[in-house]
Design a protein around this ligand. Structure first.
Ligand code: GUN
Ligand code: ZN
Length: 440
């Protein structure tokens, strides 16, 4: 295999910037050397230039910044086409927009078309790994995995389970949900770079029998992911209290069914108490903070201060279609504002960590993705510091890494993503996305 070398400004991480001052590693003139889909070495050009083999293809990107590929820990691909659809809160939004749209995914052709567009949209935004909700239909998961496999992406996804409190046409049963999930795990989990996430939508739409089926699957497959929603909206929390009167809290419902553990990722986590946070931290469960969604649906403000105090694992996520952008840069922008409303200063350096190495670590994938460390899979993004005239002016005046990253987080979006690489292959180049077919 011949090597490729990418000479650029480089940012990677050795830990959480909130814990250690030198956790962010930055090279003004750096290089990433890639071979066979993996990073061979990364660091200062002056130190590594000798290691670049004579026949390597050397890409000169010196005016650009390479960062590890972004990781979006909570997103719904079937909701791509209802992004930007407002409602008076989560529950009416589900009834008005979400369920009718998800019904369409019984059609394999629609699922395949949407999955392909969705994957391209992720890559155009520099997102190389996502935890993806499909619909209740098993073929919706096949479509997403196939579209991801075609680009050799490290992608995590699962078929939604729901057997009550949703329209009849979207229901599975404890048995069919179990059987379909088990078959999908067998077909896709650890096939190439793909991994499976057991996906009970949220406690209100699963009977106790279905949650027990999830418990059995989770136990039988200790290395799969689990994803669900928790404590997003006040009306939802009240509803869960009524449906599960024996459980101490919404988080406790999942705990009761053995669904709090490492690699279990819960979207939102807004209306938690200290005991919920303590329990999530203790079990290694992950909170996926979805700021654009929480603001758009008026759900509430994630409490960074309390999450930090409890030492909970926290990641960032878009939650499209409740979320309003595929961009993890725009997600950082809104995360900063949400944290600010709670009196917490979320630095740009930490937000870049949360969206890359921090997320990889939280998902127990820190050795595989999320950094530019040797042996990592070569998933990275080339960011254009001059993507817009305003961004060019602002980045030219940045006097520190933090200032530079802040400009990218606040002013950046898909225009800022010059190229995206997955397993060492260029999977997106700005301006070269295939022309879209007309949508009916
Ligand atoms: N809770 C249950 N389902 C959903 C969903 O599709 N989106 C969001 N934001 N919250 C949910
Ligand atoms: Zn969601």
């Amino acid at each position: 295999m011949t090597q490729s070398a990418y000479r650029a400004k480089l940012l990677t991480f050795t830990g959480d910037p909130a814990q250690s001052a030198d956790a962010a590693v930055y090279h003004e003139d750096g290089v990433v050397i890639v071979e066979d889909g993996h990073v061979v070495a990364s660091g200062a050009w002056t130190e590594l230039a000798n290691c670049v083999e004579d026949d390597a293809s050397v890409h000169d990107l010196r005016d650009k910044l390479i960062v590890p590929g972004f990781i979006d820990t909570h997103i719904h691909y079937p909701q791509t086409d209802i992004i930007a659809s407002p409602a008076a809160g989560l529950l009416p939004w589900l009834e008005t927009w979400t369920y009718p749209t998800e019904r369409g995914f019984e059609d394999q052709a629609l699922a395949e078309d949407t999955a392909r567009f969705f994957v391209d949209e992720l890559l155009a935004n520099g997102t190389t790994t996502a935890l993806v909700y499909c619909t209740v239909h098993k073929q919706s998961a096949d479509a997403l995995f196939s579209a991801s496999e075609a680009k050799n992406l490290r992608m995590i996804a699962g078929k939604v389970l729901m057997d009550r409190h949703c329209p009849e046409f979207l229901r599975d049963t404890p048995q069919t949900g179990y059987d379909d999930s088990a078959a999908l795990i067998g077909r896709w989990h650890n096939r190439g770079r793909l991994m499976y996430a057991l996906t009970p939508r949220f406690a209100p739409t699963s009977t106790e029998a279905q949650l027990e089926a999830c418990q059995a699957l989770a136990k039988a497959h200790p290395d799969i992911f689990i994803q669900s929603h928790v404590a997003e909206n006040r009306d939802e929390v009240k509803w869960v209290r009524k449906l599960f009167p024996r459980q101490r809290s919404y988080v406790d419902v999942y705990d009761h069914y053995g669904l709090l553990r490492r690699r279990a990722v819960y979207g939102h986590c807004i209306w938690l108490d200290d005991e919920d946070r303590r329990r999530m931290a203790q079990t290694g469960a992950v909170a996926a903070h979805c700021p654009t969604s929480n603001l758009f649906l008026g759900s509430g403000l994630f409490d960074f201060e309390k999450a930090s105090e409890a030492a909970m694992r926290v990641t960032l996520a878009t939650d499209v279609g409740g979320g309003t952008s595929f961009s993890m840069l725009q997600t950082m922008n809104e995360a900063h504002k949400v944290a600010r409303m709670g009196g917490h200063h979320l630095t740009a350096t930490r937000m870049f960590w949360l969206a890359t190495a921090g997320a990889a670590e939280a998902l127990d994938l820190g050795e595989t993705i999320g950094t530019l460390a040797p042996k990592s899979e070569a998933d990275f993004v080339v960011l254009d510091l001059q993507a817009t005239p305003l961004l060019a002016r602002r980045t030219a005046r940045a006097r520190s890494l933090e200032e530079l990253l802040f400009a990218l987080a606040v002013l950046g979006d898909d225009r800022t993503v010059y190229e995206t690489y997955a397993a060492g292959e260029c999977v997106h180049r700005r301006g070269e996305r295939a022309a879209l077919p007309a949508v009916l």
